[in-house]
Design a protein around this ligand. Structure first.
Ligand SMILES: Cc1cc2nc3c(=O)[nH]c(=O)nc-3n(C[C@H](O)[C@H](O)[C@H](O)COP(=O)(O)OP(=O)(O)OC[C@H]3O[C@@H](n4cnc5c(N)ncnc54)[C@H](O)[C@@H]3O)c2cc1C
Length: 328
């Protein structure tokens, strides 16, 4: 629902879960802190600025971060992850850059995957409504030769048409070399003036994962068995974007994170009770619904892609139904 919130379709609180209340209702303790490392011998978890805690079993779900972000240092850049703080960080950037009425606001989104596209389309809707006397322009810059390369050709063609109709320029086969005060410099020598750069390139593991001493895949995610337990044979599971099942080619998507929860819940209890663990079998494909910010969504499933108003209604119904049990 984050893109829909950017478009002004939902209030931010409509897409949020009150973790404090949820934890209390589940009989769990919620600690807000930055995990910095773990001592497997002592079974102790360390935080940046709170006391360490001991554990018997652990599940890691620290998600992912956009690739290459560690090499780009500029206050102009707003990484899309962590998503939980994206709206706040974007607002801080806009506070510094919104021009006077009659001026121009130029935004460059780095990354032409579905996340970058949804953000471009929805942000444009929201800003054009909010900033009626400012000329807002958004461009997407991608190193690939086309956008949304994970989608089949008909869906990609539809998205290219939607972007063109909305006036969002797509610059392909272009890799960023540097972000400066005035904008984005590309490896081919071209420059793109930008007041704000949104970083939405493919996902890699957050830095903390490399400090845990666990076996990792080639993008730095924690390698697990199909039971979601680390291949290191420690009492530790890795779920959501943070974990990769050996041999699995599933993309990093919330759909898998959600479907893993009942397996994780079963296996955590089974591990502690010395009982057999069960396997997670990821589904091969899933329906994708992209909010295009114009009251419609693009539905893509197997060979079918449809861009329509009812697809947005379906998406919103699914999203709200998912949230309901967590809004205790
Ligand atoms: C714009 C956008 C739209 C998307 N739309 C969809 C969609 O429609 N469908 C879909 O299936 N997927 C979608 N995705 C992908 C989806 O968001 C992720 O796959 C999903 O959030 C992964 O869930 P997760 O729980 O593994 O990680 P996250 O949701 O990223 O959560 C990770 C958590 O770990 C915390 N954390 C990180 N490091 C530390 C640390 N050192 N110490 C303590 N805590 C830490 C973070 O603060 C965060 O709370 C979208 C992604 C983007 C960017």
């Amino acid at each position: 629902m984050l893109p829909g919130t950017l478009a002004g379709q939902f209030r931010p609180d409509e897409m949020e879960i009150d973790l404090n209340r949820l934890a209390v209702s589940a009989g769990a303790a919620l600690i807000l802190g930055d995990v910095t490392g773990v001592d497997w011998n002592q079974r102790t978890l360390h935080f940046a600025d709170s006391n360490s805690i001991r554990f018997e079993a652990m599940s890691i779900g620290v998600g992912s971060v956009p690739a290459e972000i560690n090499n780009i240092h500029s206050e102009q850049v707003v990484p899309v992850k962590p998503m939980q703080t994206f709206l706040k960080r974007l607002a801080v950037r806009f506070d510094k850059t919104i021009p006077r009425p009659g001026g121009q606001l130029q935004i460059t989104i780095i990354g032409g995957g579905v996340a970058g596209i949804e953000i471009a389309l929805c942000l444009l809707t929201g800003l054009r409504f909010e900033l009626q006397f400012i000329k807002v322009s958004i461009r997407i810059l991608t190193a690939d030769d086309d956008i949304a390369k994970e989608l089949p050709a008909p869906a990609r063609q539809k998205l290219n048409r939607i972007l063109a109709t909305r006036g969002i320029e797509v610059i392909s086969k272009t890799r960023v070399s540097e972000i400066t005060e005035s904008g984005v410099n590309a490896c081919d020598g071209r420059s793109y003036d930008s007041d704000c750069v949104i970083w939405a390139v493919g996902a890699i593991a957050p830095p903390v994962v490399s400090r845990l001493g666990l076996p990792l895949d080639d993008r730095g995610f924690i390698l697990t068995k199909s039971t979601l337990q680390s291949v290191a044979d420690l009492p530790v599971f890795a779920v959501g974007d943070a974990g990769t099942i050996v041999g699995s080619t599933s993309p990093k998507a919330g759909v898998y994170a959600v479907r893993q929860s009942p397996i994780l819940w079963h296996n955590l209890q089974a591990l502690l009770a010395d009982k057999p663990l069960i396997e997670f079998r990821p589904q091969r494909s899933f329906m994708k619904l992209l909010n295009t910010g114009d009251g419609k969504a693009l539905l893509q499933y197997k060979n079918v892609s449809i861009h329509a108003r009812w697809c947005w209604t379906l998406k919103t119904w699914i999203d709200r139904r998912f949230l309901r049990p967590f809004r205790v």
